[in-house]
Design a protein around this ligand. Structure first.
Ligand code: GLA
Length: 415
């Protein structure tokens, strides 16, 4: 999901603890008590499975959102972002109420910025404070300043980074003692109930629980996690991220529609969630949905995608990293043809990368724009990136932003 206006690309603004502390001091007139970082993510495999109790496998990006923060004793929450216009957003804790806005209102509010409403980007951190208090945690006021290098609208979870950086900051400022996974759940609660986006638990868990050099396997039903070593450079491989610059917006109903379709499928099949449909019984399940082709296709994606996650893990466990390429590509076909959430630019990025010699490629994240990932031998990484850039130019699309994903750390205190 995207926290509009809260972030700008790494290359466009200075970033780092020192810069963040200086900005905080310039805005609030004193040094911050501390600074916390939370990363964006790409998802290696397991797309739209998280709200079906299924499997996901994200890795944290080196791009982070920094939250510089100090506590306040007067029940006031002040929020300021280096990436958004509009100055300080000031809110009273006892007046925080979930007021989910529709997409248009959220975007308009982000453009207008500021004011006293927890609209636009400020709804995400305000929602975290609200969710913590709703859970009975003794969170008081705070001054917060944000700086981010996580691209927004790129399917790289800038909003989860914003939420989780806030949750970690408040957890430490108020000595709450909550575990990272619990903080991720509170962040998801903020996004679901306060902001009004029905996302699953993947992005917030990635931001909170990833570790450097690893992909994170998460079973979203019981939240068991496994850190899976993912050192591509050591194997002569690269994972490229192609940000198509097509802004994705998941609050616009299409995400919720897919989610509702999956839930309809589960009900029709008599299971609590589609994760319970075994891959070996997929044909039977599909036969049981005859007459509902749209739901059938959604179910086929979820069941095959969960299976692909298991296959990817088996490959990685066996040291057969290159073998995950075709699984990624099959995942893209399934998202494109069955889940129907790809777009021209994502398909062009994937097809061009494969033609240029990539081992595998797929869209990543919620879809409808955003980013693709490309697994490639390091010897041809530059050529594959260039081919994608050229194909975009030839098709008249805006130039994509291409960078390498190296599995980074989850949220932590930096100062
Ligand atoms: C978005 C949501 C996640 C997940 C992905 C799709 O990123 O926030 O919960 O559903 O889409 O896998």
């Amino acid at each position: 999901m995207t926290a509009h206006g809260a972030a700008a690309p790494a290359t466009e603004r200075p970033h780092g603890a020192q810069h963040s502390a200086a900005q905080f001091a310039a805005v609030y007139g004193a040094a911050p008590t501390g600074i916390w970082a939370a990363p964006g993510r790409v998802n290696l495999i397991g797309e739209h499975t998280d709200y079906n109790d299924g499997f996901v496998m994200p890795l944290a990006l080196p791009h982070t959102t920094l939250a510089a923060a100090s506590p306040r004793t007067d029940g006031v929450l002040r929020l300021h972002s280096g990436g958004a216009d509009g100055g300080i957003v000031e809110l009273r804790l006892d007046e925080l109420r979930p007021t989910p806005m529709d997409t248009a209102a959220r975007s308009a509010s982000a453009r207008g910025g500021g004011g006293r409403r927890a609209g636009g980007w400020a709804a995400y951190p305000a929602g975290v404070v609200w969710a913590m208090r709703e859970a009975g945690l003794p969170v008081g006021g705070a001054d917060l300043h944000y700086d981010s290098t996580v691209p927004t609208g790129a399917g790289l979870s800038s909003s989860a980074a914003l939420e989780v950086a806030t949750a970690f900051a408040l957890n430490d400022l108020y000595g709450l003692g909550q575990e990272p996974q619990r903080l991720a759940q509170l962040a998801q609660r903020a996004e679901n109930a306060f902001v009004g986006v029905p996302c699953g638990i993947m992005d917030q868990t990635a931001a909170a629980c990833c570790t450097g050099g690893h992909a994170l396997f998460l079973d979203t039903r019981d939240l068991t996690r496994r850190q899976i070593p993912f050192d591509l450079a050591g194997e002569g491989l690269r994972l490229l991220v192609v940000d198509t610059r097509v802004k994705h917006e998941l609050g616009d109903g299409a995400y919720a529609e897919r989610r509702a379709g999956c839930e309809r499928g589960a009900r029709a099949l008599g299971v609590r969630a589609l994760r319970e449909v075994p891959y070996a019984h997929l044909d039977e399940a599909l036969a049981g949905l005859a007459g509902e082709p749209v739901v059938q296709a959604l179910v086929r994606h979820i069941v095959t995608e969960n299976h692909r996650v298991e296959e990817v893990i088996a490959c990685l466990d066996a040291g057969r990293t290159r073998a995950i390429g075709p699984l990624l590509t099959a995942g893209h076909a399934s998202l494109r043809d069955d889940f129907k959430i790809s777009c021209r630019e994502l398909d062009l990025a994937v097809d061009t990368a494969l033609t240029a010699g990539a081992l595998g490629a797929r869209m990543t994240g919620g879809g409808f724009g955003g980013s693709a990932i490309v697994l490639v031998e390091e010897t041809v990484a530059a050529a594959v990136g260039a081919a994608v850039t050229e194909a975009f130019a030839a098709a008249g699309h805006a130039a994509p932003r291409i960078f390498e994903a190296v599995a980074g750390a989850g949220a932590h205190r930096v100062a």
